[in-house]
Design a protein around this ligand. Structure first.
Ligand code: NAD
Length: 949
């Protein structure tokens, strides 16, 4: 039996009401909107008796569906003066749902103006005086309540900020470990709860039955399939490993992470707060990653301990790191953790406080970078000193108190840690959302710095977020293609409730929630009260991207016109392939001059290495180009696994001489160097900014100079790929990728005769490189549908099987060489689908032992074939057949290795046994690992590497 619990604080009464049937498929944020529209006068005072404090569960909360346990809190906001919903993790929603409670409505306030706390358990509901808890901070309060009511209940509470009715007050919820670290933080809802005279709600579901599921079989299937999707997802795998701090490197690279009171989108010391740095620190100090609510497969919550291993906080999140860290010029992770804990104790929103302190620093009340003073000011908020009472009222009130008119807030609320100038779609969300400046209302990073198309992107993101918040699904558990969640939720809800929803219906749930919220805000005068945005985001350029927020007002005016019209695209997922104009065959190198001229080049930088110069091929090319009337300059300083420094030297030559195009002749290192020079001379700045894994793709803006690739090895396929693999010596020889469709060479001249001089060992190693691209690409489900790449992969394996042995034993066999050139080319297409464990092990092996890239992949490819054997049974069999007509891929590989002299064990390539465990740490930092067909644990990879030692 589903119910609403209504708590009347005026008379200290609680009663259950039937849950309206027409609201059956409305939960969380949507339910709050329905209740407010029905019961709360939109123009009421947020602290007055007419406003309500509402707690609402999600629609699948009591089940074991993953990531469906967010709990929404809502009411009219003190900050925005409009409708507000904020949600939090923790096991609360699960418990309420099992007790049949879909919402708690708290109304009125106690006549005696004292604080009370509510206990909900199987005996019923009691409203108890909270005098003994008055003024307590959240952790102490929870400890005292647990002494009284046991360890089992989940507790909703406010700290001193909520009791003082401060505008930045949050509502805390205990997590699975009983810590009050999960906060419904935004919009000042802690003050709304405080204004009801409510210090805490204790929820004990002991004895509550499991929720009813109409079709258990269908439900289990939907859950199982979705868990598999989540476990396969690369983005979520990164977040699982590093928590949301994984975003620090990416967003500071993209230039959207606020620094120094929103004067920059990137802080120079942000690297000290990056995800892998934090992850290492956390593990070293005995902290952990864990799920904040039961059943979550992402588990991104971080338990952060101090240097002595003592617990500080469990909610070490990107937003907090940015707002209390980089926005205040602070890069000490411990200082950020301590401030985070202070905020959790006092019960205040870290975003609002971080923004407020940024303005306080601008007003001379503290210095940027002074973590001690920042912490003192936060403490003053908790103590309610005069300064603290000003700061606790949020960024707008603080700016007004200090006569500052550059206020980083939209619709009364602090802007979160995604600067709207750098991510314009998110800016549109801040300006149009009924929630004010709130990243959880519709974050979008698609084509982030272009103003075109951002209205639709924001609208789709806002609908998605509203739908998720209404169902109770956690936004941090959305996979790379987030809209797939609609389908899962439709299936799960159909099974849970015995209904017949489609994915469009789930999307419409979001649209309906927004429509309700907009209606409330219209009646509340929300748009009349506020400017649309602060002027500075239009006028002040944001370094380093040098953008302003320039989406047209007229477009934003029309955003909601399509609210109930926009639909998600149907059908299979799309794919893209970028290919160069390709001319392949003996002696095609002689066409180089003609191709450069046809594509508009005049002054060529020839990029190569000294080995190629020694073979005479570079001079030959120079002659061909000169004969075509082109000017040339030779840059032959390329090194294997090209380091950034070499690229910078090449770029200097290009610029000094006045080149306008590049021709790379050589192996992958030469071609990659040329690609990176093209980026450096056209985009400028530090090449690390363009690291693909840090979102560098979005920063590369065409046009790039003409690039023609002439491979002389047959392995990497770099002549066809859109990426360049570079080495960062400053990051322990880390290999990183710069990628962009425009980096695909315009022309590939694939001349097998250029490869006859490759010695047998290198022929074998590069052949394994090509093979590994085909094998890992074919079996990778990272890109779910790409039949072109699949075809290239399978045929590439066939070419290797047919010709690698001959290319090694008879280097001058041009037919065999041609096959291998094509195998490499096919591998370049195949690997666009993704890679896997072999590349994840191979990259650190190169970094640690300086072995050739292809050689570094040989034994890891055997590991890959063994560990994924069951998962990829069919695909591996197909590839074994292509390779040598057998059925077993691992055995087929071993036979090939035996014939071409490739190693079968790690010891044969110089790996030390004692290095295996630390090496595996690096393996787990490789993005390729997360594309592996099978999800792996460190212990599996350690054992596997030992087996192959
Ligand atoms: P390489 O370019 O590093 O060259 C290795 C050696 O072979 C050099 O000494 C070179 O002088 C010599 N060499 C090249 N051609 C020769 C020839 N015809 N005759 C005699 N000697 C010759 O080797 P590679 O395997 O082609 O490239 C490896 C690099 O490519 C690595 O940095 C790897 O990370 C990268 N890579 C890039 C991609 C991509 O898509 N961009 C894919 C895989 C690997």
């Amino acid at each position: 039996m589903e119910r609403i619990l209504r708590i009347k604080m005026g008379t200290l009464e609680a009663k259950f009401e039937d849950f309206p049937d027409e609201w059956r498929l409305i939960g969380g944020r949507g339910l709050i909107a329905k209740i407010l529209n029905k019961e709360v006068p939109p123009r009421c005072g947020p602290l007055g008796p007419e406003n309500m404090f509402i707690v609402a569960t999600g629609l699948l909360a009591g089940t074991n569906a993953p990531s469906c346990g967010r709990t929404s809190m809502g009411g009219k906001s003190l900050l925005t003066k409009g409708i507000k919903e904020a949600n939090a993790g923790g096991p609360l929603s699960q418990k309420l749902d099992r007790m049949g409670i879909r919402a708690i409505i708290v109304e009125g306030y106690p006549k005696d103006e004292k604080m009370y706390y509510v206990v909900i358990d199987k005996a019923g509901v009691t409203i108890n005086p909270a005098d003994e808890f008055s003024g307590l901070k959240n952790y102490e309060l929870v400890n005292r309540l647990r002494e009284k009511h046991g360890e089992k209940p989940t507790i909703i509470s406010i700290g001193p900020a909520g009791e003082m009715k401060m505008k930045s007050a949050s509502v805390a919820v205990t997590d699975v470990q009983g810590k009050p670290c999960r906060h419904a933080a935004r919009g000042g809802l802690g003050a709304v709860m405080g204004a009801k005279g409510l210090k805490a709600i204790v929820v004990d579901d002991t004895g509550a039955p499991a929720v009813e599921i109409k079709n258990r079989k269908a439900f289990n299937k939907a859950v199982k399939d979705w868990v598999a999707v989540l476990k396969e997802d690369l983005n979520l795998a990164m977040v699982s490993q590093m928590g949301t701090p994984a975003n620090v490197g990416v967003l500071s690279s993209l230039g959207t992470m606020p620094a120094l009171n929103y004067t920059s989108g990137s802080f120079e010391e942000a690297s000290k707060l990056e995800g892998d740095v934090i992850a290492k620190l956390v593990l070293k100090r005995g902290g952990s990653m864990h799920a904040c609510m039961p059943g979550c497969v992402v588990s991104c919550s971080i338990v952060y301990n101090d240097e002595n291993g003592k617990y500080i906080t469990s909610a070490y999140e990107y937003e907090t790191i940015a707002m209390l860290g980089t926005n205040l010029g602070i890069s000490d992770p411990d200082a950020v953790a301590r401030m985070n804990r202070l905020c959790d104790e006092i019960g205040i929103d870290t975003i609002e406080v971080g923004s407020t302190l940024g303005v306080a620093a601008a007003a001379g009340k503290m210095k940027f970078g002074d973590a001690k003073k920042a912490a003192e000011l936060i403490e003053e908020i908790g103590e309610g000193t005069e300064m603290g009472r000003t700061l606790g009222q949020g960024v707008v009130a603080t700016a007004q108190a200090f006569n500052i008119d550059r206020i980083p807030a939209i619709k009364g609320q602090a802007m979160p840690a995604h600067d709207p100038r750098g991510t314009k779609g998110t800016g549109v969300t801040y300006c149009t959302s009924p929630m004010g400046a709130d990243h959880t209302a519709g974050l979008t990073y698609s084509k982030l710095q272009s103003k075109e198309g951002q209205i639709e992107k924001s609208l789709r993101a806002q609908i998605l977020c509203a739908a998720m918040d209404t169902v109770g699904y956690c936004l941090l558990a959305l996979p790379r293609k987030p809209y797939r969640v609609y389908e899962f939720l439709a299936e799960a809800m159909n099974a849970r409730y015995g209904v017949n929803l489609t994915k469009d219906d789930v999307m419409n749930i979001g649209g309906e929630t927004l429509r309700e919220e907009l209606a409330f805000n219209k009646a509340a005068g929300f748009d009349e009260i506020h400017e649309r945005y602060p002027r500075f985001i239009r006028e002040e350029v944001l370094p380093p991207s040098n953008c302003v927020f320039d989406v047209e007002d007229s477009e934003m005016d029309a955003l909601w016109d399509n609210l109930l019209v926009v639909k998600e695209e149907k059908g299979a997922s799309s794919f893209r392939i970028y290919l160069p104009t390709t001319i392949a065959g003996p002696d095609v190198v002689y066409q180089a001059g003609k191709m450069v001229k046809r594509k508009g080049g005049n002054h060529v930088l020839i990029v190569t290495d000294s080995g190629i110069v020694e073979t005479g091929m570079a001079l030959k090319l120079e002659g061909i180009l000169k004969d075509a009337g082109l000017e040339t300059i030779l840059f032959s300083e390329v090194e294997p696994d090209p380091p950034i420094e070499v690229i910078e030297r090449g770029a200097r030559v290009y610029e000094e001489v006045g080149c306008d195009c590049l021709v790379a002749i050589g192996g992958g290192s030469s071609i990659d160097t040329a690609k990176a020079i093209a980026v450096k001379v056209s985009q400028g700045g530090d090449l690390r900014r363009y690291d693909f894994m840090r979102g560098g793709l979005g920063l590369i803006k065409p046009p790039l100079p003409l690039l023609i690739a002439i491979p002389t090895t047959s392995g990497t396929g770099s002549e066809v790929t859109l990426g360049a693999v570079l080495t960062d010596k400053k990051r322990n020889n880390l290999k990183f990728v710069i990628g962009h469709p425009e980096l695909t060479p315009k022309v590939a001249l694939v001349d097998p005769k250029l490869t006859v001089s490759v010695p047998p060992k290198l022929t074998a190693a590069t052949g394994i490189d090509a093979l590994s691209h085909c094998v890992e690409g074919y079996a990778c489900s990272f890109t779910p549908y790409n039949p072109l790449a699949d075809a290239a992969a399978l045929y590439g394996v066939r070419l290797v099987g047919r010709s690698l042995r001959r290319a090694c034993s008879r280097g001058d066999d041009v037919a065999a060489r041609f096959d291998m050139c094509m195998a490499a080319y096919h591998g370049g297409i195949a690997v666009m689908k993704g890679s896997g464990l072999a590349h994840a092990i191979g990259h650190p092996l190169t970094a640690w032992y300086h072995i050739h890239h292809g050689l570094s992949l040989a034994v890891p490819l055997l590991c890959y074939a063994r560990i994924n054997r069951q998962k990829c049974e069919e695909k591996f069999r197909e590839m074994a057949r292509m390779l040598d007509g057998s059925d077993d891929l691992e055995e087929a590989l071993k036979r090939l290795y035996g014939d071409i002299g490739m190693p079968l064990r790690f010891r044969d390539v110089g790996v030390k046994e004692e290095d295996i465990e630390p090496l595996v740490e690096d393996v787990f930092r490789e993005p390729a690992l997360h594309m592996n067909p099978l999800r792996l644990k460190k212990k599996h990879v350690i054992q596997l590497m030992k087996d192959f030692y």
